[in-house]
Design a protein around this ligand. Structure first.
Ligand code: PLP
Length: 365
């Protein structure tokens, strides 16, 4: 097990077993000191467990007691150049299970009195499910207006649900105050880097399924950027292991209504702009994040990959959900954003993640 966190902002280090949930100097998120124990061997993969735990050389935890068989989602061609990875076919019906299983497994080993999480719905659902699996009491903070099916799912896993008035940022602040209480493990998909070592398996699966290569571009929905940063981590590791020759371009997708990172990227900034971008209501609730704490890393990863940021208006999100359903894929409104952004591209091989099941939000009116 990797044992040290470091702060990408100021270099502060802390032991994983006793670290506070954020850097005590700058209050920013941690990164994990981790390099794969040995190169991943494609030849060794066929006989292994059919879940994301098959990539054992490149994961910071092994032999999990909390697994629900997450990972190994199908890759389905949609056009001659665009394929979809069906990450809504996960135990809790969203890609968040990739990271939540890591957090729950870490928490199980550390043995806290309680776990807290905050979420626009899917991460909280996922943490609630994996805490149930791990036998850990769990409280999930969500913003008012979160899709009722997501809150129902959280309650079904016997987590305590706290609905916070205001936006997603207000919810995060409420959870962080609770996370400071002694004996609490903050299962934050944003601040805890183990989550990113889970989401990176999205790219390892693509690499395996495509016979040891990656597509030209990966479109990724970005709110707090956990799938995007996981993808960047995996491509960096695959390059370092000599398993790919070049990075795929990361095409980061935000809703036009809430697009602080796209605004910063196109302004040439390396962090969020000082003037806060406006936030209008959006169907893409999962990516409606106004101040993502890992903004600097997200912007750097997209630039380093040669990629870009795209934004999608609400009518495209609505239409994209209908288009995918007409092709047999019922996806939640956040999960259709990438298809909305790049579904008509013919100039490159692109994989879009369909990240959450349609039944979680229903059809957009
Ligand atoms: C379906 C779906 N897609 C994408 C995202 C965005 O993930 P992130 O905030 O880590 O960028 C979320 C987050 O909740 C989500 O629920």
């Amino acid at each position: 097990m990797a044992t040290t966190y470091h702060c990408p902002q100021d270099g502060t280090r802390a032991d994983v077993a006793s670290a506070p949930w954020c850097c005590p100097v700058c209050r920013g998120p941690w990164d994990l000191d981790f390099t794969p124990s040995r190169p991943l061997s494609a030849a060794a993969l066929p006989g292994r467990v059919n879940s994301l735990w098959r990539y054992e050389e490149v994961l910071p935890l092994s032999s999990p007691a909390t697994t629900l068989g997450e990972g190994r989602t199908p890759l389905v061609p949609l056009t001659a150049t665009v394929s979809a990875k069906l990450d809504y076919l996960m135990p809790t019906l969203s890609f968040k299970d990739r990271g939540a299983v890591m957090l729950a497994e870490l928490a199980r080993r550390l043995g806290p009195e309680r776990v807290v999480a905050d979420s626009s719905g899917n991460a909280g659902t996922s943490v609630a499910a994996y805490c149930a699996r791990a036998g850990l009491p769990c409280t999930v903070y969500v913003p008012e207006g979160t899709s009722p099916k997501k809150t129902e799912q959280i309650r079904a896993h016997r987590a305590e649900l706290v609905t916070v008035a205001g936006d997603r940022e207000a919810t995060a602040l409420a959870a962080r105050a609770a996370a400071d209480a002694p004996g609490t493990f903050y299962a934050s998909h944003v601040f805890n880097p183990y989550f990113l070592h889970g989401t990176k398996t999205y790219v390892y699966e693509l690499w395996e399924d495509l016979g040891g290569r990656l597509p030209d571009a990966l479109a990724v929905p970005v709110g707090n950027g956990t799938l995007l940063l996981g993808a960047a981590l995996a491509t960096a590791e695959l390059l370092a292991q000599g398993l790919i020759a070049r990075r795929p371009a990361l095409i980061a997708v935000q809703a036009e209504a809430v697009s602080p990172l796209a605004a910063a990227f196109h302004a040439g900034a390396d962090d969020l702009l000082d003037t806060p971008a406006g936030a209008a209501p959006t169907l893409a609730e999962g990516i409606a994040i106004t101040r993502p704490p890992r903004a600097r890393a997200i912007l750097a990863a997209v630039r380093e990959s040669g990629g870009t940021f795209l934004t999608v208006p609400e009518d495209r999100i609505r239409a994209a959900q209908r288009e995918l359903a007409a092709r047999g894929l019922f996806v939640e409104t956040t999960g259709v954003a990438c298809w909305a952004a790049v579904g008509d591209r013919r100039d490159a091989d692109i994989v879009v993640p369909l990240c959450g099941a349609g039944l979680k939000t229903g059809t957009a009116a």
